[in-house]
Write a protein that binds this ligand. Sequence first.
Ligand SMILES: [Fe+2]
Ligand SMILES: [Fe+2]
Length: 348
Amino acid sequence: MIIECSNCERKFKIQEDRLPQGKIVAFPCKNCGEKFRLDLRTAVSINEKGNGSEPSDIDLAPDHQPDNQTDANGLKDKILKSVKELPPMPQVVIKTQELIADSNADAKKIAEIIETDQGIATKVLKVANSAYYGMSGKISSISHASVVLGNKILGEVVMLAGAEGILGGNLPGYGYDSKDLWKHSLAVAFGSKIISNSKSPDLVEEAHMAGLIHDVGKIILDSYIVEKKEEIESFMEKEEKTFLDAESQYFGFNHAEIASEVCKKWNFPESLIFPIKYHHQPGNSDSSELSYILHMADYVAILSGIGYDSDDVLYDLEDGTMDFFGFKNEDVSELVLKVTESVNTIAI
Ligand SMILES: [Fe+2]
Ligand SMILES: [Fe+2]
């Protein structure tokens, strides 16, 4: 199917069989950034034109390395050093996760740790009281939250509160306004949680956490994209490539690989580092279930139109992902609805 952005008139090819039929879905245009809608109730694009020239099949240029290999290596080193300069995940979040990982964790001790950081504690109370957790306004203190929600859910809420401070800013290189990446990350976290709940319940907590931070590498790469903005935009425009392609082309690695480096810096377990590294290529992950969950949830987040992601994951859902879960298009439509509802009912 060929669809055309009503704003900039750029045409895109998308694979019709991967779209949830019977719904209206929103797409971010990878060219101008405007969102446009596709009405699948009639299987016809709102912006689709029945005539006009089709976009030619682009002969994809082979990956080229920057001309000067020494410069390329220098840039790679510089980017990896930037990982060390990223603000740390608040200590209270790390400590809480460590305590909760211990099945004998003392709820009182966990509450005391959370209360040492007033910013996080306030956020935790706000999130815990949102309609998503069914506790609207009923939780009055952190110790009350730990009793009512239980340690695992409290850990999830603390992670949400901590991640917002890191993911909530704007990223001018990628064209994200403030909170765009945060909302996308929330959608992927909820999508990952919902998928793992039905397919692999043992992975629920890890899936939620990995979904939240899967794109943290973009925070590192953004300033480098800004430096080469014109060059990168021209590459994407001329060769119909995505930011993901541009990252590998210009920096030698993509944001998923950088995200895995950030996770190492934060001392997250290998069970999160590895799946995050392959969230755009789960086929290379040696069948990591969490990699497939993240990849699927990313796709669902794009379809739901929450936040903004110009990665074009929509057009690149890796072959075999639907089969990995045994999903049909109806399952994807249902996931889009559930994720949208989850994000709408969480207080952030
Ligand atoms: Fe990503
Ligand atoms: Fe993503």
